[in-house]
Design a protein around this ligand. Structure first.
Ligand code: LMR
Length: 396
């Protein structure tokens, strides 16, 4: 039965974790996967999460099946966070939100639904994009192409190229856009450029799918989420996947969501009924704990304020590490201007290092980043940053 099964390549991101775990180098640093570590190199357990968990444990509850679309209070909290509590889409009831297994789960539910809705559509992702975007939409049955995004020569965004590619897309094309903190490059388009993208998407009758995995890691929760309001104001109907893996440091709980903005409440109800089929036939219904914790935090003003404070601290520490990286590289003798690292936002820096250099960093120094040169600056700390800088200086 299995004699013809081929060995699949390792996952380009999560596969590095396996390699890192097996590395005996005592100085090893994992800048591969997008995970935030504190200044002691520890994965944080947020205080808001601990408080919510304590409250849940104080009133132990049996675990029945959740509804197919998840915890109602969770879905409502996600809608408010993504669109705004008093926003027209939330008030009119034209958002269908389902709890998903992380942001990836939200993307997959949306991809499966889109495939059923519009089987001929093509999907466009940014070049480059999160490695799993192409794989996930391909797996859902789509032909996946790309629109220009990163300009390696000028170290920034090829906005004219991006716009030209979106303009050339056929009506109905699904366009996957990073709402903030572009993964892997760390370069976001400006609000004025978003306006142009939105006008192009609208004129071309494209279907926007916003991936919002890093809300709060760019300029702030509201600032990073502002792009959603722009899409709403333009009268577009669209998809948004949400992840709380990073913003709540709840990676292993797989807490995320998919929201679909429909034209009316009645349309949203029909969309929701279809999303529920996607869920039911994949994993039946979501798990309880992570969603209960996030709902408890988002729906309690004190815990919500504590979360925003803790998220702000993570964001600030990442910014500090970007500066330390720039300074450290200079001190380690790197002659080229590396200040682009502080212009990038979110968890990642697209370093511009080649695959060969990344392989050397791993093999000779135990410094792990992806082959594409992406490094997770959120895993740097005051103890490992100098070591990382010296290692990079050696391979440049
Ligand atoms: C990443 O890009 O490293 C994260 O989004 C984790 C993942 O699932 O790939």
């Amino acid at each position: 039965l299995f004699s013809a099964v081929e060995m699949a390549p390792r996952d380009p991101i999560l596969g590095l974790n396996e390699q890192y775990a097996a590395d005996a180098n005592p100085n090893k640093v994992n800048l591969g996967v997008g995970v935030y570590y504190d200044d002691n190199g520890k994965l944080p357990l947020l205080q808001c999460v601990q408080a919510a968990e304590k409250a849940l444990m104080d009133k132990p509850a049996a675990r029945g099946y959740l509804p197919i679309d998840g915890i109602a209070a969770y879905d409502a909290a996600v809608k408010s966070l993504v669109f705004g509590t008093d926003s027209e889409p939330v008030k009119s009831g034209r958002v269908a939100t389902v709890q998903g297994l992380g942001g990836t789960g939200g993307l997959k539910i949306g991809a499966d639904f889109l495939k059923k809705l519009n089987p001929q559509a093509k999907v466009l992702i940014s070049d480059p994009s999160w490695e799993n975007h192409r794989a996930l939409f391909t797996q859902a049955g789509f032909e996946v192409g790309s629109y220009r995004y990163y300009d390696a020569v000028k170290r920034g965004i090829n906005f004219d190229g991006m716009l030209a590619d979106l303009k050339a897309a056929a009506p109905g094309t699904v366009v996957v856009l990073h709402a903030c903190c572009h993964n892997p490059t760390g370069y976001d388009i400006t609000p004025a450029q978003w306006d142009q993208v939105i006008a192009t998407v609208k004129a071309g009758q494209l279907t926007p799918f916003l991936d919002m995995a890093y809300q709060g890691f760019g300029a702030g929760l509201a600032e990073d989420g502002a792009v959603i309001g722009k899409f709403v104001a333009a009268g577009l109907l669209f998809f948004v996947s949400t992840s709380f893996s990073k913003s709540f440091s709840l990676y292993g709980e797989r807490v995320g969501a998919l929201s679909v903005l429909a034209g009316s409440k009645e349309e949203a109800d029909r969309v929701l009924s279809q999303l529920k089929i996607m869920i039911r036939t994949n994993y039946s219904n979501p798990p309880t704990h992570g969603g209960a914790v996030v709902a408890a935090v988002l729906n309690n003003p004190e815990l919500r304020a504590l979360w925003e404070k803790e998220l702000g601290e993570m964001r600030q520490r990442i910014k500090l590490m970007r500066q330390k990286l720039v300074d450290g590289l200079k001190a380690a003798g790197v002659k080229q201007d590396m200040s682009f690292i502080t212009q990038q936002v979110g968890m990642f820096s697209y370093s511009g290092l080649s695959k060969e250099q990344m392989v050397r960093l791993r093999g000779e120094f135990g410094v792990y980043g992806t082959d594409t040169g992406r490094m997770c600056v959120a895993a740097l700390n005051s103890k490992n940053v100098d070591y990382v800088c010296k290692a990079i200086a050696q391979v440049i």
